[in-house]
Ligand binder design. Sequence first.
Ligand code: HEC
Length: 470
Amino acid sequence: MFHRILLLLAFIVPLFAQDGGQLFTLHCSACHALDGKGATGGAFPPLAGSPWVAGDADRAVKIALKGLTGPVEVSGKAYNLEMPPQGAVIPDDQLAAILTFVRSSWGNNASPVTADFVKTIRASVEDRKTPWTAEEILKLHPLPLERTPLTNLISQVYRGKWDAFPDFSTLKPDSAEERHNGIISLADSPIKNEFAMTWKGSFEAPATGEYTFVLDVDDAAVIRMDGKPFLQIDGSGPMNGSRLKKAKIQLTQGPHPFSVDYLEVGGNQGLAIGWKGPGIKSWKWLTDAPAMGSAIPSNSIPIEPTGGRPAIYRNFIAGTTPRAICFGFPGGLNLAYSADNLAPELIWTGKFMDGGLHWTDRGMGNQVPPAGDDVISLSKSRTLPAIARFRGYKLDPEGNPIFSVQIGEQFLLDSWRADSGTLVRKLTVTVAPLEIQIPQAEGITIDGTGGKTTLTLTPGQTITLTYRWN
Ligand code: HEC
């Protein structure tokens, strides 16, 4: 009898519960598609496999309630759209059912969401009138780390102090642990000083082709692929990019024996290992820290030009002085101008900057490298007379910068814009002739210098220089 009642309940209860799948079809599928891959062939962001809906549910609940606007990266692809708030039309229990469905469908595997949880979050964001930006949401709820292509990963910790790599196979580890998420993390060591760690597993190369690996470490590490060491930093020193190394390696699709040995010689600790492969343009990290950072996970927030106008970014940028002003021009050309050295210092192609590294704890106070490729250093020091002062920049009607430097009585105006794959620089001076250095750099050609590295500007005359990547 008792069993019959239970059986009966098992049929009736689901009838009363909300059907998350149907509600998803009604409220979300127009934009995110029935298969969760994003409507109109991926023009809208996916929910299938999206880290935004994984991990703690706070992030997804807040986005569903209030919407999301502006640049956002989902599974390596950038979007810059607007999702209208859904909170007003979907009650707590229905939203809970939708998110429970989303978090457990199409390969997603995260815990259910309760109506009470949605209710609590709704109350906490009641006063909010506008959609979130990705930056705001990530500050509150960083993304969970993506799993890496490392499988069967085992970490081992050794107590002791070494100046050079010992043969770990002859030593007995203090502890050994499986790392199912494939993430290499020094935080996994129970010993915090004077220790060594090793990781062994398989790197599952997603495709056949050329791979690039990057290593930065405090203090020493060696990476082996297919049993051979191919990237190594010895000795001791900080992890700030100054000792960073890269290596290319040819891999066939499929598993390759992979191992990392790490030594903590003294002082601080850090380990960053990244990779790029066929069709993968931006660094993916095997470690919980990226290069140039501390130990907190990264959340990518690409900053890109919008509406045909350059994007502007001011922050600590690796490879230039503290007061750098960066412009990301439409078409993927970028400039970092140093307000300390009164000169353009870096130019690069491709992605502009990744704000995630600055806007999360990981990047606080750290220098972040340009997000793109082919970074070219034009100069590193000051060449104008000591009395020269930075007087800010103005934007022309298209949003392109005109940097202004005062030298005594006169002004030097240095304007930049992108044109058909080149950066065009115009220089003028207001009162008297001025000598200015135009350093050449490997990887680019500068048209308009007549092959000279020092040019004399005369008032009333504009010199136009065109920077072209070779
Ligand atoms: C009118 C179209 C539209 C509807 C309806 C819509 N979304 Fe979105 N959603 C978007 C867009 C566009 C973005 C990206 C916004 C941006 O670029 O900043 C987005 C982003 C998201 C994100 C974060 C990024 C990602 O892909 O994981 C989540 C989570 C999300 N939506 C969940 C939902 C849920 C759940 C529903 C239904 C309750 C829903 N959305 C309904 C258009 C929509």
